[in-house]
Design a protein around this ligand. Structure first.
Ligand code: ADP
Ligand code: MG
Length: 319
């Protein structure tokens, strides 16, 4: 089972940023309004994620580490319409199999927090306000082959920051902070969607972009599309979300690029933050362990919706 978990870990956990992605997903699923990420040495030495979410009942903390133990899906039918970020019950088990992991958690009803060390299985009372802290130390210490693929602390930090940006852009209602070796790297306080985009991507992104907000049939496409003058090959400012989940999807990228080319006759890389909301039964998010890829039931309708939304936003400025 240890081996199975380590193999699963290979799919889910590539580097510290993957741990950040999964643990922040969990914090958001728990209803957190404040998420703090602390990294040491690019996250290789330690990743600590603290949230003020609902916490885990003491007796369920050991369960959280079991593979395929998820509190979020009750049946196969529910898998059809998942709205939470997590649902596979894989992340914590996978991360624990390639690190030294500890969970400290407290529910609002609990008289105090409990801390579980995954390796020893030791559960002990601890001090903490309502919410959960997950500590992940010495990532890949037992799998040196994987550890060797990690880059410099600065590079791993940059990847972790990017992972956090993806969450932050989708959840302006949540405050985020990122610390590295005791230094505050980023802090985004609860804000409006537009303010959050300015905080995360810089005010020039908001100034040099157009709002998109189009309901198309069973879908809604919202967000902002950067204008060409803001777009100077900003391939790093491309954020697409399906039902709140960050995705990398060729169909969406292609729809945006072709809209850019047709409306602006440019060959530039579009910059965008785009939220596509679609009936969850029309999209399959259970395609890849990192859930970064999705499969649409009707890819044509999604392509058309994105094109129409982007065309509308861009032509307003042309006219
Ligand atoms: P999944 O998110 O797919 O359910 P995970 O392995 O990521 O699986 O987490 C396992 C379980 O641990 C979750 O279903 C949840 O019950 C619990 N859990 C993990 N992190 C938190 C957290 N930050 N706050 C509350 N519960 C959590
Ligand atoms: Mg999860």
């Amino acid at each position: 089972d240890e081996l199975v978990s380590q193999i699963a870990a290979g799919e889910v956990v590539e580097r510290p940023a993957s741990v950040v992605r999964e643990l922040v997903d969990n914090a958001l699923d728990a209803g957190a309004t404040q998420v703090t990420v602390r990294l040491s040495a690019g996250g290789v030495r330690a990743i600590v994620i603290e949230d003020d979410g609902c916490g885990i009942p003491a007796e369920e903390i050991p369960l959280a580490l079991k593979r395929h133990a998820t509190s979020k899906i009750g049946s196969l039918a529910e898998l059809e319409g998942v709205m939470t970020m997590g649902f596979r019950g894989e992340a914590l088990a996978a991360i624990a199999s390639v690190s030294d992991l500890a969970i400290t958690s407290r529910t609002p009803e609990a008289p105090h927090a409990q801390r579980l060390e995954a390796r020893s299985g030791e559960l002990a009372p601890a001090a903490r306000a309502t919410g959960t802290s997950i500590e992940v130390r010495e990532l890949f210490f037992s799998t040196p082959a994987r550890r060797k693929f990690l880059k410099s602390d600065a590079t791993e930090l940059a990847h972790a920051l990017e992972a956090l940006k993806r969450h932050a852009l989708a959840r302006p209602d949540v405050s985020f902070a990122l610390w590295h070796d005791g230094k505050l790297i980023a802090q985004w306080r609860k804000a409006t969607h537009e303010q959050r985009m300015a905080d995360v991507l810089g005010p020039e992104f908001v100034e040099k972009s157009r709002a998109v907000d189009v309901p198309v049939g069973p879908m809604r496409v919202q967000g902002r599309i950067g204008l060409p003058e803001a777009a100077r090959n900003r391939a790093d400012q491309q954020y697409a979300y399906v039902n709140g989940r960050y995705v990398r999807d060729k169909l969406i990228t292609h729809a945006l690029r072709s809209a850019y080319e047709d409306v602006l006759h440019g060959q530039r890389q579009p910059s965008y933050v785009l939220f596509i909301d679609i009936d969850p039964t029309r999209v399959d998010v259970n395609v890849h362990p990192t859930k970064i890829e999705v499969r649409f039931r009707e890819s044509g309708e999604v392509y058309q919706a994105v094109r129409r939304a982007v065309d509308a936003a861009l032509s307003t400025t042309a006219g």
